[in-house]
Design a protein around this ligand. Structure first.
Ligand code: DGJ
Length: 719
């Protein structure tokens, strides 16, 4: 039984995989957190207040209690899990237990992206109802434990069952106390074109906070935070982590108190969020996905990868091989016409590429990034036969046809803006801050949502579109809706996200066979929320293969390879000016959703031949890359070598990928130990050499990578 109730000790033990999470209702009806870690039997723990309270202390009980939902006003001085301010103006909350219900499976989160089950037997859910009698605030904390993996999700439903409105000022999806603080924190930090670099730092007294207030999860921080034992590495040690299924502004924190207790929290960013709840209304928090691993960071990543690949991503493309694509962006930028596009598509077809993607610049008067966002009408000067004419010609070449949109935006120089200047986010009487000469549509408004749904849908339906790249190229400023009253202005960002999710649900379900890829100036919104609607994301605007090692390695901490758009681009690289061999560019890109981002007409005959071989290779390997267990073996953040591998579920196939950035004179060859193989199986490499699984794992395989920017990618199969 995944959830065991122990009435005598008043505990609930949620267990799955190798993990347990234990809650307790104390004698005063408070909900306490007793444990999260390696699996325990249901009757293992009992709450003893003496373990928590120092003998004589100045500190208040609420400061030291291991509250599952800490609230403010009576001695808790950290981030409240639920912060509410009532009609009295006093933000004191007192949540007491009302009831608990256990149900099979996992209920959906209406209006929000979330992980799901396909059969009730996959998970069990505990719903604990708590109430603040004075205000009528009711909080239902929903915990789901996935039986096989032990992944735990939590989200809160806040309801006003009172008679006066109140304002929700804080809402955390996860808030987990720890007994200890001899821990490191790991998060994914970055910037545009260098997203999700792994940052590891010891936690200590005070607070480590990562956040976004940008109206998008952002390039700077990913909605993910892990705590680990100081000695934990990729293969060993305990790791506790939270990943937030949300694409807007967020907060994640690790606070260490004066008793050396850490608390891991994640949820809405209170700097840009508040929400008025009228009597009878409710508000649902985004979902937090809690993963514990006793097998280091690779163990943690494997649990996220499987869950996000199979029970977060949805739809037709979830389990299917993703088409090898060519995108014209770096090949042409805005400088194209039908003839040029068709010459690219023709060459692509000859190379075995399966999908041609027309990027920015096909609509309105869009010959640069200064205009036309919002005017989703084809530019017939560039494409005289319209999109449907181009689409027919692309299809006639045997390729699928994909199209770029940036539906959430509006250019001040657009017909849409001339008709609806108030449709953008803005603050009354203030100038509207432009970024890339564009403003953001107010997706909290129903008429704006309807416009986007209808404009994008009619292009997809009328032009035979098989793939959509959904881009979003700026962060929010003056993040206010013109139609919300002053006291609700801080609801705008979350209402925007709910509006966006509504739009995405409508469009993706109207076109179930279309493959959607999300993008935000590269990987500025690479988060689980987006993956619920679109199973892949453009990893970064940086296509340089050396930089991609870090990008793909860092991204893999949470997200599986089959979610990462990865393209071979031209050299010298447009972002770094670096020239890397075609082989290494291909060997890096094949560890994701493989494609090209260049003009193949400009390739030499040798490069074309290499590209053709790459495409064939990718088609043979993409099943293993999508479904295999990913192992990070050598970190690009620590030296000149990078290595990772994909191991099939039956452990009979392994794809080993090793890369060297700069070579050194007089250096020993690389000896690399593999992981996750069958120790007693013999594996044959592509060159015919045979190795025992145990030897590959414990003695290692020796690789000779010669020269700068070199790579070795090869398959080993059990014989
Ligand atoms: C940003 C994206 O990341 C690029 O790939 C490209 O689509 C441009 N936008 C187009 O404006």
């Amino acid at each position: 039984m995944p959830i065991e109730t122990n009435p005598e000790a008043s505990t609930w033990t949620l267990s799955g995989g190798n993990t347990s999470y234990v809650l307790h209702r104390d004698q005063e009806n408070r909900l306490l957190h007793l444990y999260w870690g390696p699996r325990l039997p249901g009757n293992a723990l009992r709450y003893d207040p003496a373990e928590y309270f120092p003998v004589a202390s100045f500190d208040l009980p609420a400061s030291v209690l291991p509250a599952e939902l800490p609230v403010c006003g009576s001695g808790w001085y950290g981030l409240p899990a639920v912060g509410v301010c009532g009609a009295s103006g006093e933000d004191v909350t007192d949540l007491r237990f009302v009831s608990a219900v256990i149900s099979p499976g996992k209920p959906p989160l209406p209006g929000l992206p979330a992980t799901y089950t396909e059969k009730d037997s996959e998970a069990e859910t505990l719903s604990v109802l708590l109430e603040d009698r004075l205000t009528g605030l009711r909080v239902t904390a929903n915990y789901t434990v996935f039986t096989e993996s032990g992944v735990i999700t939590r989200s809160l439903v806040i309801e006003n069952s009172g008679i006066s409105p109140f304002t929700v000022t804080s809402l955390l999806s996860a808030s987990v106390p720890f007994w200890r603080s001899d821990l490191d924190a790991v998060h994914l930090s970055g910037a545009w074109a260098r997203e999700r670099r792994i940052v590891r730092t010891p936690v200590s007294n005070g607070e480590l906070r990562i956040s976004s207030a940008r109206g998008a999860s952002g390039h700077e921080e990913n909605p993910f935070l892990a705590l680990c034992e100081r000695g934990a590495d990729e293969f060993t040690g305990k790791v506790w982590s939270v990943s937030l299924v949300y694409s807007g502004s967020f907060l994640a924190s690790c606070r260490v108190d004066n008793f050396g207790h850490a608390r891991l929290s994640a949820g809405m960013n209170p700097e840009v969020f508040s929400w008025i709840l009228n009597p009878g209304e409710n508000l649902i928090s985004p979902e937090a996905v809690l993963v514990y691993s006793g097998d280091g960071f690779n163990g943690m990543s494997a649990l996220y990868h499987k869950l996000y690949r199979t029970r977060l991503a949805r739809g037709y493309w979830r389990d299917r091989p993703r088409p090898v694509l060519i995108n014209n962006w770096e090949g042409t930028y805005f400088d194209f016409n039908e003839e040029r596009l068709l010459s690219i598509a023709q060459k692509a077809a000859e190379l075995g590429i399966e999908l041609f993607v027309l990027d920015d610049g096909w609509f309105g008067k869009r010959n640069s990034d200064r205009c036309s966002l919002g005017d989703w009408v084809v530019n017939t000067e560039k494409l005289p036969d319209g999109l449907s004419g181009l689409s027919e010609k692309i299809h006639a070449l045997g390729l699928r046809f994909g199209l770029w949109f940036e539906p959430e935006m509006i250019s001040p120089d657009s017909d849409l803006y001339r008709i609806h200047p108030d449709w953008c986010l803005h603050a009354q009487g203030r100038s509207r801050t432009e970024a890339r000469w564009q403003l953001i549509l107010d997706l909290s408004r129903r008429e704006v949502q309807d416009y986007i749904i209808s404009a994008v849908s009619s292009v997809i339906a009328s032009s035979g579109i098989d793939y959509v790249k959904w881009d979003m190229n700026r962060n929010m400023t003056e993040a206010f809706s013109a139609v919300l009253p002053p006291e609700r202005k801080k609801e705008t960002q979350h209402r925007y996200m709910l509006g966006l999710y509504h739009v995405l649900e409508k469009i993706t379900s109207a076109f179930p066979n279309v493959l959607f890829e999300s993008c935000s100036g590269g990987g500025g919104r690479f988060d689980p929320g987006m993956l619920y609607y679109m199973p892949q994301t453009w990893t970064s605007d940086d296509t340089d293969a050396v930089e991609r090692l870090k990008l793909q390695y860092g991204t893999s901490v949470v997200y599986p390879a089959c979610t990462m758009g990865a393209h071979v681009s031209a050299v010298p690289n447009h972002q770094t000016g670096r020239s890397v061999s075609m082989k290494m560019r291909g060997d890096v890109a094949l560890s994701g959703c493989f494609g090209f981002e260049l003009d193949p007409v400009k390739l030499t005959p040798e490069e074309l031949e290499e590209a053709r071989r790459m495409v064939m290779r990718v088609k043979n390997l993409r099943g293993l890359i999508r479904e295999g267990t990913f192992w990070r073996l050598l970190s690009p953040f620590e030296g000149q070598y990078t290595a990772w591998s994909f191991v099939s579920e039956d452990r009979r196939e392994v794809l080993l990928c090793a890369y060297r950035v700069l070579s050194e004179p007089n250096a020993a060859p690389l000896r690399l130990c593999l992981h996750g193989l069958q120790p007693d199986a013999w594996y044959e490499a592509e060159d015919g050499r045979r190795y025992l699984g145990a030897a590959l794992m414990y003695h290692g395989i020796t690789l000779f990578l010669r020269g700068d920017y070199s790579s070795a990618v090869f398959l080993l199969k059990a014989v």
